[in-house]
Write a protein that binds this ligand. Structure first.
Ligand SMILES: Cc1cc2nc3c(=O)[nH]c(=O)nc-3n(C[C@H](O)[C@H](O)[C@H](O)COP(=O)(O)OP(=O)(O)OC[C@H]3O[C@@H](n4cnc5c(N)ncnc54)[C@H](O)[C@@H]3O)c2cc1C
Length: 386
């Protein structure tokens, strides 16, 4: 029974995707030629509206979304190829990342017809940046305990409370937020609802950027002070927010970004040490390649689940947990094998700067998208052992 639940169907990417891969690779080679290795090592965090618009113009955003709303009706495998190539090359995908990965699919599944017609074309053309309003100062892992309230009034919803760690909130066009709409409900999981917020129109919403270890300001504390949202800001059904957000989180955790955040470092490491490879070093690199290849096969299997419309939550939590261990271990391995120190200064060689950047970023990999303990709880429940 356990083995059945733990089964990762070994999907092959269809051979017909080779030409798509080639096309994406050629495009990225040209588009990223002036991007430094350090910049590339920020990958799916790096914010670049121009790059996202170019990707949109190629038809590579919202690939799996329905054509009637401006999507491209392509398969999860095709999207996988585009995402994988972007991550491997260290393309700056931050502007469109959330919209393409989870907000678009969520709106298609639960949004009103008006929301779909208005928003999805902006996502597929790379013109809309979305942020995720889930975490709060006292509700991270235990998301269902959140306190920010949306109260129904005659002309809409009045929101009060605070979100935190909201990536790109200070420059996003939209936020999809989870609020408590019924504080009298029996359990903390009921009485929650999701809202689509147009950040350009919102009054009473103040994002305050927070500096991370690298000094960049990408995430925020966002306060809502009597912010009035229109009636039709609600996404899906009132009170069904927990079910909807759980599905959204499965999308958030299902992609290859959960083990490719440091891929630029791995390729740079091989470049730096390839002239001087002892058998012991080769064995260490070999085991990293075996690890990343296995994670890739598992991740393609998740694309297969998405392709078949199955729930990827259990498989995605396994890949996120294992992928995170892999990518958090890479900076220290890279430092040890190349005998080079990380640097934050402009004068180091590329490799040391990439290492310096990732040494600082890596601790956050196991927080964003859910911590290892939370992933293991989901895995245990999924396997029926908890
Ligand atoms: C780079 C980055 C970007 C982010 N972007 C966003 C964003 O855009 N939008 C958003 O909403 N959030 C965002 N987050 C927040 C992220 O989702 C939370 O940090 C994460 O869910 C953990 O919550 P917390 O920080 O409150 O930690 P806590 O929940 O307080 O956890 C602290 C520690 O306690 C452990 N723990 C907690 N509960 C349990 C339990 N039941 N059993 C065992 N151990 C437990 C955790 O595993 C962790 O080690 C981002 C975080 C980072 C680092």
């Amino acid at each position: 029974m356990l083995a059945e639940k733990l089964h990762f169907e070994p999907y092959e990417l269809p051979a017909s995707l080779t030409s798509l891969r080639e096309e994406v690779r050629n495009f990225l080679q040209e588009a990223l030629q002036s991007h430094s290795p350090v910049h590339r090592s920020n990958s799916w965090d790096a914010y670049d509206p121009e790059f996202s618009a170019r990707l949109g113009a190629k038809g590579w955003l919202g690939m799996t979304l329905p054509e009637q709303y401006g999507g491209h009706g392509r398969s999860a495998f095709e999207r996988y190829v585009v995402v994988e190539e972007c991550l491997a090359a260290g393309a700056p995908t931050g502007f469109h990342w959330v919209a393409d990965r989870q907000s678009g699919p969520l709106i298609v599944r639960y949004g009103s017809e008006t929301q779909k017609l208005e928003i999805i074309p902006k996502i597929t053309t790379g013109k809309a940046c979305f942020c995720i309003g889930m975490s709060e100062p006292n509700s991270g892992s235990d998301l269902a305990s959140l306190q920010t309230r949306a109260e129904r009034v005659t002309d809409g919803w009045v929101v009060n409370g605070t979100k935190v760690w909201t990536t790109h909130a200070h420059r996003a066009h939209y936020m999809i937020a989870l609020f408590r709409t019924d504080s009298q409900s029996d359990s903390k999981h009921s009485g929650l609802s999701q809202f689509l917020i147009d950040m350009s129109k919102a009054e009473g919403i103040t994002p305050r950027p927070i500096k991370d270890l690298t000094g960049r300001r990408h995430f925020n504390e966002v306060s809502f002070e009597n912010a009035l949202l229109p009636v039709d800001a609600l996404v899906g059904e009132e009170g069904q927010g927990w079910k909807q957000v759980t599905e959204e989180l499965a999308f958030e955790r299902s992609g290859p970004e959960r083990y490719l955040s440091c891929f630029v470092l791995l390729t740079k490491l091989i470049d730096v040490i390839k002239e001087d490879l002892s058998p012991a070093t080769m064995a260490r690199i070999g085991s990293q390649i075996a690890w990343v290849t296995t994670l890739r096969n598992m991740s393609i299997s998740i694309a297969g689940l998405l392709h078949e419309g199955q729930d990827p939550a259990l498989a995605a939590s396994i890949v996120k947990d294992l992928g995170c261990q892999f990518e958090q271990g890479l900076p220290s391995l890279a430092q040890e094998l190349a005998h080079l120190e990380p640097t934050l200064e402009g004068h180091g060689i590329d490799y040391q700067q990439v290492l310096g950047n990732l040494v600082q970023l890596a601790p956050s990999f196991s927080l964003r998208g859910g911590t290892p303990e939370i992933m293991r709880g989901i895995i245990a429940r999924g396997l029926g052992v908890r």
